[in-house]
Design a protein around this ligand. Structure first.
Ligand code: RP5
Length: 172
């Protein structure tokens, strides 16, 4: 019998200074039971390594790439240029423009080389999107995502209950 396996997610960040932004991504992947590797690699400072990383990612068992960078954030796009794996880009809030520069650099890819861009510092959504991509071939992971969405709805119900209690207090 074939045992279903969850392909690994390769998380690449332009600098270790990006790690605080990426930490919730690693935590979320862990919560979903998705194996991952995390590496620092820069499109500008180590371009050859970035190309090699992307070229070999699929043969090394990765099913999805998450790439995060700030400033002129070319890392997600450069990785996407060298692989057919889906690449999720996380623009990092840093520098004089607070991440707007990174957002535009990550999202404005030319036709044929997409990067699925999440919000500035959107590390959790990067992990959830990676899970959703991998869940297409993994029923157990899909079930975890369904539970996750149910828990999101419950948290909104809890918030509404808290709001109603506050409003009741104001009316009293
Ligand atoms: C980007 O430049 C990195 O992704 C980081 O967000 C930013 C600053 O990098 P460091 O100077 O902290 O290494 O390439």
């Amino acid at each position: 019998m074939d045992v279903p396996t969850v392909p690994k997610v390769l998380v690449v960040m332009g600098s270790d200074s990006d790690f605080p932004v990426l930490e919730p991504c690693f935590r979320t992947l862990t919560d979903f039971g998705i194996p991952y590797a995390g590496v620092v690699c820069s499109a500008h400072r180590t371009p050859d390594r970035a190309a090699e990383l992307a070229r070999t990612a699929e043969s090394r068992g990765f099913g999805c790439v998450i790439a995060a960078a700030g400033l002129a954030a070319h890392l997600p796009g450069v990785l996407a240029a060298f692989t057919v794996l889906p690449v999720i880009g996380v623009p990092v809030k840093t520098g004089a423009l607070d991440g707007l520069d990174a957002l535009l650099a990550v999202v404005q890819m030319p036709p044929g080389v997409p990067v699925a861009t999440v919000a500035i510092d959107g590390a959790v959504n990067a992990a959830v999107l990676a899970a959703q991509i991998l869940a297409g071939s993994d029923a157990a992971l899909r079930a975890k995502l369904v539970d996750y969405k149910i828990s999101l709805a419950r948290s909104v119900d809890d918030r509404d209950r808290r709001l109603q209690a506050k409003l009741d207090g104001l009316r009293a």
